[in-house]
Write a protein that binds this ligand. Structure first.
Ligand SMILES: *Cc1c(COP(=O)(O)O)cnc(C)c1O
Length: 320
């Protein structure tokens, strides 16, 4: 097999070019940020991570909801009993420095902490403290521009979202993403843009890396998060929707309830606010990106890009 020389696409329409990486506290070129093949996380999925975006604003690049992301990163580490050899302030500074050092105007940022190569026993704790890195790359729309314009096509996955006593779904743990990867492979093989996962009772859980919302009339329904990751975008969109005067209700939904919804959309740091045009080959509403969804999408993008002073506290400027 010919060696792969080109950088591989990592989703959406972008290529991974990461430039400089914050690696265990130092900024180094990507080629120098290397780990052993005996890394515990590589064998057993023992890593925790975050997905953050920085946006171009009138006052230069700003990281969206940095504090909440760093807080969740440390909470995920706590769930796994990882010791992080850095404080939240140091990791925050690492995140800002990666954006700054790479001179990105906007980018996706990936902090990762993992169990290193000290021991390959299943118990990860001999590998404490964890190793930590922050990479960033320029990344456009996660599911592609077409999915945003026309709406994404979803397929219900045969892989269920794991129950709370199987995996820690509130923590962003590397190993959890085997579930997401299987669902996403299946969706792609079926020609869809994204997978919808149900919980073990058959209620709607979430996408492979996004939370799901729907509209019935102008009431916004938010899925209760018993097994779902508590998305920071979910929280932002709920706040924005309430500020725009929408009634927001939390519910437990079935997939046929989604077939009957007027609008369905997905939210996440990577996916932002992406309309859903069909689920399991059934058009949602008109089969186009919904009006309320696009209104929320616009308001969300205005918030992250620093065009609405009301949401100013959510931004951390890279060059204050
Ligand atoms: C990260 C993630 C989300 C989205 O969370 P945000 O904080 O909005 O980026 C949703 N579901 C899963 C499974 C995730 O890992």
């Amino acid at each position: 097999m010919a060696a792969e020389t080109k950088p591989k696409s990592i989703g959406g329409d972008s290529k991974m070019k990461t430039g400089l990486i914050w690696f265990n506290g130092h900024i180094v070129p990507q080629e120098e940020a290397k780990v052993s093949v005996l890394t515990h996380a590589l064998h057993y999925g023992t890593s925790v991570f975050e997905g953050i975006r920085a946006y171009e604003t009138p006052k230069g690049p700003a990281v969206f909801r940095l504090k909440e992301h760093v807080e969740r990163f440390f909470h995920s580490a706590k769930v796994m009993m990882f010791e992080l050899p850095f404080t939240p302030e140091q990791v925050s500074e690492g995140i800002l420095s990666v954006v700054r050092e790479n001179s990105y105007k906007s980018c996706y940022i990936r902090p990762l902490a993992w169990m290193g190569a000290t021991s390959l026993g299943v118990n990860p704790l001999p590998n404490n403290p964890a190793e930590v890195m922050v990479a960033a790359w320029e990344w456009g729309t996660y599911l592609g521009d077409e999915a945003v314009r026309k709406g994404a096509r979803l397929i219900t996955s045969s892989w269920a979202r794991f129950p709370a006593n199987v995996m820690p779904g509130k923590a962003k743990v590397g190993g959890n993403y085997v579930n997401s990867a299987l669902a996403r492979i299946e969706a792609h093989q079926a020609g869809a843009d994204e997978a919808l996962l149900l919980d073990k009772e058959g209620f709607v859980a979430e996408g492979s890396g996004e939370n799901l919302f729907f509209f019935k009339g102008s009431t916004l329904y938010v899925l209760e998060h018993s097994v779902n990751l508590m998305g920071i975008t979910r929280d932002s969109v709920i706040t924005i929707a309430r500020d725009l005067g929408y009634e927001v209700r939390e519910c437990r939904a079935t997939r046929d309830q989604l077939y009957m919804a007027d609008e369905v959309f997905m939210v996440g740091t990577a996916a932002e606010v992406t309309p859903v045009s069909s689920l399991d080959h059934r058009a949602i509403g008109s089969g186009q990106a919904g009006e309320h969804t696009m209104r929320l999408r616009k308001a969300y993008l205005e918030a992250v890009q620093g065009h609405n002073p009301k949401y100013g506290p959510w931004l951390t400027y890279v060059n204050p």
